[in-house]
Write a protein that binds this ligand. Structure first.
Ligand code: ATP
Length: 311
């Protein structure tokens, strides 16, 4: 008699990319991080992180960017899974599969998203029922953007970005992302901003009232005037092609543009879905970016796609 087919024991979590609607960078702190005031916005460009019980720890990455993702212990998702095992006092290994759609080193927090996904997936797999505070603390240790990707939506990030408070927003905003596969190292971009601003007296970074009002009203025109990223000059200085990409999008009718996080992804705000699709067609004809993606925000943070099936 053949063995019964058992249901899978894996848990999958879907986790979004982010764009920074505002990113104000203060001076470098004594711990090496910069003080930030940022407004994160989660968009519907997702990685799916699946964890399954395994004899040994391991990771596989699928998708077009797989060859640029480390599969060793430096992978943020593996580090996150090990953090949950330690907190929950579980002595079991998992194999992680990342189905990757978020660009790598694109300023959209792909690695942080995978870490948030692995935290939620392992917590569910092992039924460890970690408190939200424990998950947030583990997330903040893994990286400054990780707590936001647990939360999603639109949120203010302060400290080095790890202290997250949700922001009231209305409606859905449409974005076109122009991807540049070259990638920019976040550390290099911060070093460049330090170089460009050397000697300047920098104010304490704070979220702008105008941006908060635009989000509360769900007003795309006001939002278009409020996008702002202190890292943009540094990213453009390291990759001058970004300026051409931004100018091209504006000439084709984008309401506004900003570099996403530390770049090199360029985000364009469109009036609506039709505006976003028109912009994609025009930019695609220009051949200016390696890839173009339409995405909407805000969307929820890390979400379970399947529940644990206990055999
Ligand atoms: P951020 O916007 O948070 O600055 P990013 O989107 O620019 O990040 P990531 O895609 O997170 O960049 O990748 C940055 C580097 O992190 C990669 O070059 C890679 O070496 C490493 N890394 C570690 N874990 C992962 C992961 N799960 N996915 C992608 N990159 C990872």
């Amino acid at each position: 008699m053949s063995a019964p087919v058992l249901p899978p024991r894996g848990v999958s979590v879907r986790v979004p990319a982010k764009v920074n609607l505002e990113l104000r960078v203060g001076p470098r702190r004594s711990d090496g991080f910069h003080g930030l005031s940022t407004v994160y916005h989660a968009v519907d460009l997702f990685d799916v992180v699946t964890v399954e019980p395994a004899q040994e720890w391991g990771l596989t990455c699928l998708g077009p960017y797989a060859d640029r993702v480390p599969t060793d212990e430096t992978n943020l998702a593996l580090r996150a899974a090990r953090a949950v095992a330690q907190l929950a006092e579980v002595d079991e290994a998992v194999h992680i599969t990342i189905d990757k759609t978020i660009p790598v080193a694109g300023g959209m927090a792909g690695g942080s998203a995978d870490a948030a996904g692995a935290l939620v997936a392992c917590d569910a797999l092992w039924q460890s029922e970690l408190s939200r505070a424990e998950l947030d603390e583990a997330a903040a240790e893994l990286g400054s953007d990780v707590p936001f990707l647990l939360t999603g939506g639109t949120a203010i990030g302060s400290g080095r970005g790890e202290q997250v408070v949700p922001v009231l927003t209305q409606g859905t905003f449409h974005w076109v992302f122009a991807l540049h596969h070259g990638g920019l190292s976040t550390a290099d971009v911060y070093a460049e901003i330090d170089r460009l601003r050397d000697g300047e007296d920098l104010p304490e970074p704070q979220p702008s009232e105008e941006l908060m009002a635009a989000l509360r009203a769900g007003d795309v025109d006001r939002l278009s005037l409020a996008l702002m990223n202190d890292l943009e000059p540094a990213a453009c200085s390291l990759d001058p092609q970004l300026q051409q990409t931004m100018a091209a999008g504006l000439s084709h009718g984008a309401l506004a543009t900003t570099v996403s996080g530390s770049g090199p992804t360029v985000a364009f705000l469109a009036r609506d879905r039709a505006g976003a699709l028109d912009l994609m067609v025009a930019l695609s004809a220009d051949g200016i970016a390696d890839d173009l993606v339409h995405a909407r925000g805000p969307v929820a943070g890390a979400q379970l796609l399947s529940d644990v099936t206990v055999r």
